[in-house]
Design a protein around this ligand. Sequence first.
Ligand code: COA
Length: 419
Amino acid sequence: MSTPAGRWQVHRLVPSGTEGAPDADTATWIRAMSAAFLGGRPTPETIAAQASMMAGHRLRGVYEPGDTAPVATLRSWDARMSVPGGEVAADAVTSIGVRSTHRRRGLLRAVLVDDLAEASRAGTPVAALTSTQGSLYERFGFGLATWTRTVRVDTHAATFRDPGPTGRLRTLDPAGFAAASAPVQDRARRRHPGSMDRSAASWHALITGGVYDDSPRYAIGWSDATGRPAGYVVYGVAEGWWSTGSARIAVHDLQATTPESYRELWRHVCSLDLVGTVSWSDASVDEPLPWLLADPRAVESGPVREMLWLRILDVPAALGARRYPVTEQIVLAVDDPAGYAAGTWLLDAGDPVAPRVVTTTAEPDVALDAATLGSLYLGGVDPRVLARAGRLEERTPGAAGRLARLLAAPSAPWNGTRF
Ligand SMILES: CC(C)(COP(=O)(O)OP(=O)(O)OC[C@H]1O[C@@H](n2cnc3c(N)ncnc32)[C@H](O)[C@@H]1OP(=O)(O)O)[C@@H](O)C(=O)NCCC(=O)NCCS
């Protein structure tokens, strides 16, 4: 694809390598991406480690004639994302970086538009990304759909209400951590709309800290009374105990398939010797933790922060992949200059296991744009709030309230994995 200026071409790379060494184009791409994110010059070992985690991913680069290093980068892969009552295939997009000398010439636009077009051709219903800035992606039809918040526990004040466990904790070996934990995460994430499966790169970064954090990480698993793995927690030391006598532990992920597993993993990190504080910066906004404790004030909640931006590429496939808590029909008029979500759509949730989403000539109940539809998709924001903000037009009185009941999610949408 040509960029608007017509000077550059978007090229697609398939990362490959032999005996642990990435091919030259992939290595150059990684260096360019790292520089765009002010990441410094990665070592050959770092490049090899990153490249090995990109197997099956799609790399994009924009190149100037005569230069082997790209001036713009983007990486994407096929992910699975939980939605209320099911899951959907998602084009996970990351590593969008433009060389500092080439910014504001349309290169972000060129690589992203190219990626979205390919995802649409492949029949992927949604695209998902996390962003360094809040004002970048709405123009491409992405809407903010999940949030996280920091929780901090004063471990000396944290007394757990319920009696001790009937299952078992064990230390997980970093080498086998991903293989052992993927099935657990796969079950746990079904409880949270917006939660995504982890790529190999993401598992590696979780257990090693990736390229930005080389401090040790610890992984603890919980198995229920029958011996079935039911959760895990990964944490590291954010502040050592030696200066204050009381360390701060940072949780990097905690996934639980049962309430008992959730409670026991938290009990474990809150009972570590030499630790005074446990914090988790990407916890869910509806974290049940305070309800486990005799004194909920032992948990301090920090500000809510944005996480996942969603772009609906195929309205029938995306809306048809989730389930709805009420039998309701509604007609949505979606404005989308890029075309993917544009149209007037009947969402008919009369059959609880087979919602029908078809184009219609009926008068719309609600009019909205593609980014707003992305924000509403997982049920994380009330359409009535968006109507008050002028982001959604109620054409039939009370339609925003009907839409709110239709799209309501069983828990606050949450994706704890930045990518
Ligand atoms: C952010 C970044 C990718 C933008 O790349 P770019 O090539 O300059 O962007 P483009 O020229 O294609 O701009 C596309 C649109 O986004 C807008 N835009 C670009 N950067 C913006 C910014 N920082 N804030 C707000 N809008 C921005 C442009 O004005 C343009 O808008 P328009 O098409 O509606 O007129 C680039 O500055 C960069 O690499 N930054 C450091 C790494 C980073 O933060 N990457 C984003 C990862 S989520």
